[in-house]
Design a binder for this molecule. Structure first.
Ligand code: AMP
Length: 409
């Protein structure tokens, strides 16, 4: 994918000479752990390029990250030590580790560094001050560096000391993976090829009101699937049996339907469904029209007519933004709708007919299951930050990198 927007509003590694400097790099090393073993190294792989570049340019790379949600100070389960070993393995060179991210231990480790060396500091969240963005903690971190590079888009929706506070204390720059994410999201959402279609799915509509409200002002087509569509169907007077539904949000759903009309956005809801009376793998299922859901039945996936309808939307769109599965895709056979759409979107992307951007944990899992991830134009691994970006919110960690807010250098 080559589309990219000029990033002139953000400082990047192109704007600084890192040679001889102590570079505090905020990475997202919050990797899934299974008994001190890293079960998925994707996040580490994503930041390797950034580390290598700074190191090759003779900067001292001092890595900062959180891991998990430790509540009471340091604990072995959330130590970043195994991550240092994995970075070392991937780079094929020594990576030092300091057992505290501030204070004497961290200072001595930084002082021992030569230009080009790499050091990982222990979990920032071992200090409660991190998530409070406490000025004294920001100061203690800032003492360790000359400049700050934020390479963690996925944590940029949080105004924590290492994700936001530091950017106001030291000259701040976007790292390469942050830069890539911003370029892709900016170019594809600010100036997309039109028509622009969105697919929003998932369990609950209440978690995605803002997302739907914002998207319908920007897109020509909005397909709502998954459990959340049930609330819209019910609000429209349909009988939905025992399906997941947030009845108390019916008014908001009706308002969103009206807003879509006002915004000239074609809001599309399922017209048929795969239903079952039990939500379990290989349950007995039926395909029924959306007007014919039985009292004991649950809608667990979109039906074939709805799939065709979505395929039709994709065929007439030039860009797709996707968040959330359109069925209970983890439990077969309720994966069919989500995987079919993923495959068609991937195919259209491959032949150049559609730009596709997707994000969120479940969506990525579904795309992987469909073998579609590689063909998508861009898949964001940033769950919460990706959603907030789509909701049109300003992310504190990104805002702090804007040229206007980072005057020092
Ligand atoms: P979310 O975290 O809101 O994106 O929701 C993702 C979850 O929604 C996944 O675990 C899906 O299994 C679930 N889901 C999608 N469609 C349905 C449905 N029709 N009924 C129940 N759960 C669903």
């Amino acid at each position: 994918m080559t589309r990219s927007a000029p990033l002139s509003v953000f400082r990047t590694l192109d704007d600084v000479d890192v040679a001889g400097k102590r570079v505090l790099v905020r990475a997202d090393l919050n990797v899934p752990m299974d008994d001190s073993r890293i079960s998925d190294t994707t996040r580490i792989e994503r930041i390797i390029v950034n580390i290598q570049e700074i190191s090759e340019k003779k900067g001292k790379v001092i890595l900062l990250s959180h891991l998990g949600r430790p509540k009471n100070g340091p604990d072995a389960k959330n130590s970043l030590k195994p991550v240092a070993v994995e970075i070392e393995r991937q780079l094929g060179r020594y990576v030092a580790f300091a057992s505290n991210c501030i204070g004497g231990v961290a200072k001595s480790a930084v002082e021992a560094m030569q230009d080009g060396d790499i050091l990982l500091l222990e979990n920032t969240r071992f200090h409660a001050a991190e998530t409070k963005n406490d000025p004294a903690f920001v100061e203690a971190l800032a003492e360790l560096g000359d400049i700050y590079v934020n390479d963690a888009f996925s944590t940029a929706h949080r105004a924590h000391a290492s994700t936001e506070g530091l950017a106001h204390k030291l000259p701040a720059y976007a790292g390469r993976s942050m830069q890539h994410e911003l370029e892709m999201l900016t170019s594809m959402l600010a100036d997309p090829k039109r028509p622009l279609a969105a697919i929003v799915g998932g369990a609950k509509v209440s978690t995605k009101f803002e997302l739907l409200g914002n998207l319908m002002r920007r897109v020509e087509y909005l397909f709502v699937g998954g459990g959340m569509a049930n609330t819209f169907l019910e609000a429209n007077g349909k009988q939905i049996g025992k399906s997941l539904c947030e009845k108390k949000f019916a008014d908001i759903a009706r308002q969103l339907i009206a807003d879509a009309e006002g915004a000239n956005c074609k809001l599309v809801l399922p017209i048929d469904a795969v239903v079952a009376t039990r939500f379990e793998a290989n349950a007995r299922t039926k395909v029924v029209d959306i007007d014919a859901i039985g009292e004991e039945e649950m809608i667990l996936d979109i039906g074939p007519r709805t799939i065709s309808q979505v395929v039709g939307l994709l065929a007439s769109a030039r860009t797709l933004v996707w968040n959330g599965p359109v069925g209970a895709f983890e439990v077969p056979p309720f994966h069919t709708g989500t995987l079919s759409i993923a495959k068609v979107a991937a195919q259209l992307t491959k032949v150049g007919a559609l730009d596709t951007i997707a994000g969120g944990g479940d969506t990525i899992a579904a795309l992987n299951q469909a073998g579609a991830t590689q063909d998508f134009t861009y898949v964001s691994t940033a769950g919460g930050a990706f959603l907030e970006w789509l909701e049109g919110k300003r992310l504190p960690g990104v805002e702090a990198l804007r040229l206007s807010t980072t005057a020092k250098s």
